[in-house]
Write a protein that binds this ligand. Structure first.
Ligand code: OOB
Length: 546
């Protein structure tokens, strides 16, 4: 099966235009790393302070080559899927570039994912390998791997990148002397990224070398990233924001230095910023708030920091105004999505634009439509649904034809699910969301997914999950639950525990559970999530979380 049967791609006239405009330049991640290693072999590419690792470009290139050879020897080849679930460790880049080089596709799982998510990724993508660290943060991923393998027949290998491999193979034992192999083409898929999603299971986002590298190059230009940049990777490395906006891959593209931060608290990050002379980093709004508070009292020298990117969820104007006074750097708001489109405020935008908008697109070829419920464009400046199409926005999810028919218009625009307006200066302001999702401080939770978990409880008749305001996270989850008649005595914590025990990412466990007798309905008799959200907002201010 050709990759294009799995993933809809750009029509040829668009592809030709994107090439002719110089957006797609025929680069691949494999060739990019090789070129940087040849141009400046000794410059440091990746710093992993916890493991005292400092890999030069030549070292990273050599390691990726050797690992690629070992993967090929294990019959992992072009187009194969490999689930990568690593904390912020140097080996993340080693394995990812090795996979890029042979054209195998990393599937980017997050460290928070548990058996529910990982088995789904392995089964759905028919992954042949799964890469973990043994027990970062005290959680044993080897046990998770053992459970996952039992239900995923295609999974032939589990590689342990850090720590005791136990019954599995250490990643360091995989490396071999390189032999020749064919390289992927620039228009081949490079990896599968995860969608935040609003459906029962996450969808997979197919990105090509051409399109993703263009988004890096564009981001670097807008964010001023060059070979002198030092990027602190504070968010989970595999997420699209710290990966590419401009993130660690953008920094490596520019020949700069990536410093891996094991966790994003000011206590861990500030000393690293001082020691490594970090020039830019990216944070979700709750962390940006925490950092601005901590910065006023810190003894660490944060003077090297030029740019703080904040995105993943709406950053309030009040918080945005505090960034420069507290951290002494320029704020860049980022409104992006793993499906493609990324917007940035520009470094030289007026302060008012930086603190009140979510920026404008990377590319002159990013097409933006703001439409009403009937897909008709609204008047300029009016609020509506954001649709987009462009040189680094996918034309469809991987192996999801039915879903694609809903998430994309007939002429290929992606329905972002975001509700926005565009200012006269062309900047986008995110006003809300039409998709059934909770954005918990940048972590996306599909309501339907959590509802399905609650519905599995034998005492539950029906469940609805909505967002409610939270002063720190922006939003948190509230589950409204109707119990079956005659159900035994049940407390909200019992529902939470039940969901937690289903072995899924902890951030998906509802923050608050409320039992009700009925759900509010709309005029046509459908359950009104809008009314539930209003009720939740009242409840959130009236009660502490159950
Ligand atoms: C980033 O990517 P995803 O795929 O986790 O989530 C995308 C969604 C957007 O559709 C929007 O609903 C929300 O996250 N979002 C924002 C936002 N940035 C993302 N909502 C309001 N304001 C913002 N600044 O979250 C992502 C990917 C690349 C760069 C930055 C963020």
């Amino acid at each position: 099966m050709s990759p294009h049967d799995d993933a809809p791609t750009w029509p040829s006239d668009f592809a030709e235009r994107y090439r002719a405009s110089g957006w797609w330049r025929g680069e691949t991640f494999g060739s990019m790393l090789r070129e940087r290693a040849e141009a400046h072999p000794d410059r440091i590419a990746v710093v992993d302070p916890a493991a005292e690792i400092r890999w030069s470009y030549a070292e990273l290139d050599r390691r990726a080559d050797r690992l690629a050879a070992g993967l090929l020897a294990r019959n992992i080849t072009k187009g194969d899927r490999v689930v990568v679930q690593l904390p912020n460790v140097a080996e993340f880049f080693e394995i990812v570039f090795a996979l890029f080089r042979i054209g195998a596709l990393p599937v980017f799982a997050l460290p928070a994912h548990r058996e529910t998510e990982i088995s789904y990724f392995c089964e759905f993508t028919e992954a042949v390998a799964y890469v973990i660290a043994a027990e970062p943060g005290g959680y044993d991923y080897r046990e998770l791997a053992a459970r996952t393998r039992a239900g995923a027949p295609a999974l032939r290998h589990v590689f342990v990148a850090r720590g005791e491999p136990g019954e599995f193979e250490a990643l360091s034992d995989v490396a071999e002397d390189p032999a020749g192999h064919s390289a992927p083409r620039p228009d081949d898929l490079a990896f599968l990224q995860l969608s935040g999603g609003s459906t029962g299971v996450p969808k997979l986002i197919p990105r090509t070398h051409d399109d993703y590298i263009y988004s890096l190059r564009g981001s670097n230009e807008i964010c001023g990233v060059d070979e002198n940049s030092v990027y602190l990777c504070a968010l989970p490395a595999a997420h699209n924001f710290p990966l590419s906006s401009p993130g660690s891959l953008g920094t490596l593209y520019a020949g700069g230095r990536v410093v891996l931060c094991p966790q994003p608290s000011p206590e861990v990050a500030f000393p690293l910023i001082e020691r490594e002379r970090v020039t830019l980093t990216g944070l979700v709004p709750p962390l940006a708030l925490l950092w601005t508070q901590a910065a006023t009292a810190t003894a660490h020298d944060l003077g090297s920091l030029d740019v703080l990117l904040v995105g993943g969820a709406k950053f309030s104007e009040e918080a945005a105004r505090r960034v420069r006074p507290a951290l002494g750097c320029t704020l860049q708001q980022v409104f992006g999505m793993a499906e493609g489109l990324v917007n940035y405020t520009r470094l030289d935008d007026p302060v008012e634009v930086i603190v009140t908008t979510q920026g404008r697109p990377i590319s002159p070829d990013d097409e933006i439509l703001v439409v009403d419920d009937e897909d008709q464009e609204v008047a300029p400046g009016e609020t509506g649904h954001l649709l987009t199409r462009g040189p680094y926005t996918i034309r469809g999810y991987w192996r999801a034809p039915e879903h694609n028919a809903r998430s994309f218009t007939e002429d290929g625009f992606y329905r972002t699910g975001d509700v926005v307006r565009v200012t006269p200066s062309g900047h986008i302001v995110v006003e809300g969301r039409a998709k059934d999702q909770i954005n918990r401080g940048g972590e996306k939770i599909a309501a339907e997914e959590v509802e399905n978990h609650i519905l599995a409880h034998p005492f539950v008749h029906d469940a609805n999950v909505v967002a409610e305001p939270d002063p720190y996270l922006g939003e948190r989850t509230c589950a409204y639950v109707i119990l079956r008649p005659g159900a035994g005595p049940l407390k909200p914590v019992d529902i939470k525990r039940f969901v937690r025990e289903r072995d899924l990412a902890a951030y998906k466990v509802p923050d608050r559970v409320e039992f009700v007798d009925t759900f509010p309905q709309t005029g046509v008799g459908k359950i009104s999530k809008k009314a539930l959200r209003t009720a939740a907002a009242r409840g959130a201010s009236a009660s502490t979380p159950a």
